[in-house]
Design a binder for this molecule. Structure first.
Ligand SMILES: C[S@@+](CC[C@H](N)C(=O)[O-])C[C@H]1O[C@@H](n2cnc3c(N)ncnc32)[C@H](O)[C@@H]1O
Length: 377
């Protein structure tokens, strides 16, 4: 008869149905199992506080999102709704002009939020770029001229107004700064679309009653062209820039171009009739701390309203890493310094009134698009 294999059940021992004495090891195994169970059965024990996985960098807003990114490396997809776009402009949803709603309705405004490790990757890249920041200043004038000459050539070759869009707002998949986080637009048209919304908002609210609109540092005139698309009555548009190529292009697309230096303004910039509006978009940015001559010019010309789309260093919170890198970048590039502080002091002194201040969207390195609207009292 063949020996059967042994089935040893703790507490019992049988071999092919034949009763046998339990092996010596059985009681010990049972004891071990019991001890193991006692050790791992925490039901009656006080539970330790859950471990706090939140990162302290200021970017990982919530522990769950952080963990999810660490575990899966995924990002979250969102979409800018009409309400979000109104919030982005700093206005009530009910105040969002129809022109802006129409743009939002026809656009792909989906984006992914870089949280957790993805945000870390972006911020490390931003920090690394700080080492190669080139300061702006009067020495860059030939570069601006060459850049606008390129845009002019592109426009002349195609006749397509879309080619007026500056190189730095060209459609692209890239990281942007939005509401204290890095985001990745799904569509390459995301950033240009937001600019179109801002232009429509300016045209239909702040500029809507102006008989004259002057854009200082106008570049190729794409903002003027956008404002003119929403015009409901006769308006004279002036584009002023220190680049001859820019001024020539502005004239070519049907507006009044003037060669003008923001650092050394002359009285003869443009007519400023009652109700005239002044606009700057990314132009004061280039002046660093040298904005005083321009402000004094405005104080003499006294436009009805001044609308800026500019980066304001005063709005960063450098105690947050996310803002620290942008604040550093802004200073390293020598961008606009002290202007908003001056406006606020002027407001305190009763000389001006700030009507609107809202941060919208930033490029990967800094918050370039903040609207500040003000007027002289
Ligand atoms: C960032 S671009 C902005 C152009 C345009 N406003 C836009 O929204 O795309 C800066 C513009 O300011 C102009 N600029 C810089 N410094 C200037 C100065 N001192 N006087 C006049 N224009 C200046 C440049 O030629 C350029 O057109």
């Amino acid at each position: 008869m063949t020996e059967g294999f042994e089935v040893v059940i703790p507490g019992r021992a049988e071999t092919n149905g034949t009763a046998r004495r339990p092996p010596e090891a059985a009681p010990d195994a049972l004891a071990l199992l019991g001890a193991y169970r006692d050790e791992h059965d925490d039901r009656d024990r006080p539970q330790p506080e859950p471990e706090d996985h939140r990162c302290r960098c200021g970017l990982c807003r919530d522990a769950d999102a952080y963990l999810r990114d660490v575990v899966r490396g995924t990002l979250t997809e969102r979409v800018l709704t009409v309400a979000d776009v109104a919030a982005l402009l700093g206005i009530a949803e009910s105040a969002l002009p129809d022109a802006c709603r129409a743009i939002v309705a026809g656009a792909d405004l989906r984006y992914e939020v870089a949280t957790g490790m993805a945000a870390h990757t972006e911020i490390v890249a931003a920090a690394q770029r700080l080492a190669t920041c080139e300061p702006v200043g009067p020495h860059r004038q030939p570069e601006w001229d060459a850049g606008w000459a390129d845009v002019a050539a592109r426009y002349r070759a195609t006749g397509n107004p879309a080619t007026l869009l500056p190189q730095y707002v060209q459609p692209a998949h890239r990281v942007l700064r939005f509401r204290g986080q890095y985001i990745w637009p799904v569509s390459p048209e995301f950033e240009p679309t937001i600019l179109t919304v801002i232009q429509a908002w300016y045209a239909t609210t702040w500029l809507k009653d102006a008989p004259v609109v002057c854009e200082f540092g106008c570049g190729p005139g794409h903002n003027l062209a956008a404002f003119a698309r929403h015009r409901v009555r006769s308006v004279r548009y002036f584009g002023l820039d220190w680049s001859l190529a820019a001024v020539a292009l502005v004239r070519e697309i049907g507006f009044e171009g003037r060669l003008w230096d923001l650092r050394a303004p002359t009285a003869a910039a443009a007519p400023m009739p009652f109700g005239a509006a002044v606009v700057t978009c990314g132009a004061l940015e280039q002046l660093g701390a040298d904005w005083r001559p321009f402000f004094d010019y405005l104080a003499r010309a006294r436009p009805a309203v001044v609308v800026h789309l500019e980066p304001f260093v005063e709005l960063y919170d450098p105690t947050q890493l996310f803002d620290f890198v942008a604040d550093y970048y802004h200073r390293a590039r020598g961008y606009l310094a002290g202007y908003l502080t001056h406006l606020r002091e002027q407001e305190q002194a009763g000389a001006v009134e700030i009507l609107h201040l809202a941060k919208h969207l930033g490029s990967r390195d800094h918050d370039g698009w903040t609207t500040c609207v003000w007027r002289f009292r």
